[in-house]
Design a protein around this ligand. Structure first.
Ligand code: SAH
Length: 251
């Protein structure tokens, strides 16, 4: 387990005070890598004030224009959500999630994404994730303050580090590195093009096909070699489609 390989990604945060609160929550628990995707107001005095003695995390925060930039080099991505979405994704509570993240962080880059104060993460952003994390709450009010949500997630990671007993799973002994978000995204583009070419996917009525395929591959966690095999299959499929088209013309 390595907390230095875990980044907290805040997407489009509105209130700078929350960013400061997050920095403090992280530093209290021993996390240090804060990524801010297009924050509304940052740097800002309120952030510094709420961060208290965690101002160094704000200074070192990485600011990006897009989510893809913030998590492109990660092999494991968790999205947090205050409510259930249309397509159910593997959903864990913070403790279960900490076990998965803790294990993965030993040798991979891990991102935990937090959403906007008013709207959370979009469906597209949630579909970039291997799994979703929900903090159990009372039914009547499920939305926590952003910094408090970060606090709970980081606390569970801390507890795991303190307990120093990680469950051993298959993933840990895997011989090939798991693929990064950036490579997986290129694969999804290729897959969508190919499915359209063979007319399995109708761009006019895509329904939830790509979302469901993302969920499938996200659940499996492809390694780099498996990803290359799938890309090879897609490339060959596209060649055959081309040949078929030319054949049609020749006839
Ligand atoms: N109204 C928004 C809530 C956003 S709260 C919505 O319905 O999605 C801001 C962020 O705090 C969320 O995007 C999530 O990252 C985190 N958060 C708040 N409550 C949470 C909960 N119960 N479980 C997991 N994350 C939560």
């Amino acid at each position: 387990m390595n907390l230095d390989n875990i980044r907290i990604v805040l997407v489009n945060t509105t209130h700078p005070g929350n960013i400061g609160g997050v920095a403090r929550a992280m530093k209290n628990m021993g996390l240090s890598r804060l990524y801010l995707v297009a924050p509304e107001k940052f740097p800002d005095e309120q952030a510094v004030w709420r961060a208290a003695a965690a101002g160094d995390l704000l200074e070192r925060a990485v600011i990006t224009a897009s989510v893809e930039e913030a998590i492109g080099d990660c092999q494991f991505v968790v999205g947090t959500s205050a409510r259930e979405r249309r397509i159910p994704w593997p959903l864990l509570d913070p403790r279960q999630c900490a076990a998965r993240i803790g294990e993965s962080s030993g040798r991979e880059q891990v991102a935990i994404m937090f959403g906007r104060e008013d709207r959370g993460l979009t469906n597209e952003e949630l579909q970039l994730c291997n799994l979703h994390l929900h903090i159990p709450t009372a039914d009547a009010y499920s939305s926590l303050n952003l910094a408090m949500a970060v606090q709970i997630v980081c606390y569970e990671l801390r507890m795991l580090l303190v307990a120093d007993k990680l469950p051993v799973s298959e993933d840990e002994q895997w011989d090939t590195p798991f693929c990064t978000v950036a490579n997986l995204e290129r694969f999804y583009v290729h897959l969508e093009q190919t499915l359209t070419a063979i007319e399995f996917l109708d761009p006019a009525a895509p329904r939830q096909l790509m979302a469901r395929l993302r969920r499938l591959y996200g659940r499996v966690r492809l390694d780099e070699m498996e990803l290359n095999i799938l890309r090879g299959i897609l490339t060959e499929t596209q060649k055959w489609v081309e040949l078929g088209r030319r054949g049609e013309k020749a006839e």
